[in-house]
Design a protein around this ligand. Structure first.
Ligand SMILES: C[S@@+](CC[C@H](N)C(=O)[O-])C[C@H]1O[C@@H](n2cnc3c(N)ncnc32)[C@H](O)[C@@H]1O
Length: 227
């Protein structure tokens, strides 16, 4: 069945000449074109993320980073649960400004405006969360770069929660092509250094009523990995 399309985002204008592959221009354009609750990926409650957080038993003192967090309400829910060390990373300043404007000043959140593909983390995290970002990496070298950064950013025994479009999900998002994964494919993509703790499927309904199946994975980095 053909799904209704969300409002068209601006076409990426960065071109291949941009250092960031046009991602800043694209995503700032998207977040400036409509409100956060109109984005196809908007969810008032990040149910799968919070459930998997509980399955992993992530403590409130853990260092958590939401990679490509954009204007997601995950940060609000983490703060509400008493998390004390939350970082939100996104390539779009417009997205981070939108999220930041909702929170009280002094909220324990570190905002990181950068492209994850060129990021060099200066500290470790206990949880790496990614909903609908890894699936934009259709280039194998970009995926390797992302996964190398993810492993470097994780403390020993750290965990990841990742959600991507499922194998039967849309083949593009926000006008960009995506790679789709089953939970098994996602587990294979992140590599054998991780123990899979939970895998699940979620059917997301966009604000305009389209159905988007997601594959989710919660996995833990083996503490005895070699550096
Ligand atoms: C589909 S949205 C998902 C946003 C958020 N995770 C959520 O679930 O609401 C993808 C997000 O990833 C960000 N993004 C895309 N590519 C990125 C990159 N290479 N580095 C950092 N952020 C990126 C975009 O700006 C956007 O906020």
């Amino acid at each position: 069945m053909k799904q209704p399309r969300e409002a068209s985002p601006p076409t990426p204008t960065g071109g291949t000449g941009d250092v960031d592959g046009g991602r800043v221009t694209h995503w700032d354009g998207v977040y400036s074109s409509r409100g956060p609750t109109e984005m196809s990926w908007f969810q008032a409650t990040p149910t799968a993320s919070l459930e998997l957080l509980d399955v992993l038993g992530v403590s409130r003192q853990s260092g958590v980073i939401d990679v490509g967090g954009g204007a997601s309400l995950l940060v609000d829910h983490l703060l509400e649960r008493g998390f004390e060390d939350v970082s939100v990373l996104d390539v779009s300043d417009a997205a981070l400004r939108s999220a930041r404007s909702r929170l009280t000043s002094g909220a324990p959140v570190t905002w990181v405006r950068t492209d994850v593909l060129s990021w060099h983390p200066e500290r470790g995290f206990d949880l790496w969360h990614d909903r609908a970002v890894f699936h934009f990496l259709t280039d194998a070298v970009d995926r390797l770069t992302y996964l190398r950064t993810m492993r470097r950013a994780l403390r020993p025994g750290g965990a990841v929660i990742m959600g991507t479009f499922a194998s039967d999900g849309p083949d593009q998002c926000s006008g960009l092509p995506v790679a789709r994964y089953s939970s098994e494919e996602l587990a294979a993509a992140i590599g054998a250094e991780f123990d899979i703790v939970a895998a699940r499927r979620e059917v997301h309904t966009t604000p305009r009523g389209a159905i988007q199946p997601f594959s989710w994975l919660a996995a833990r980095l083996r503490a005895n990995r070699l550096a």
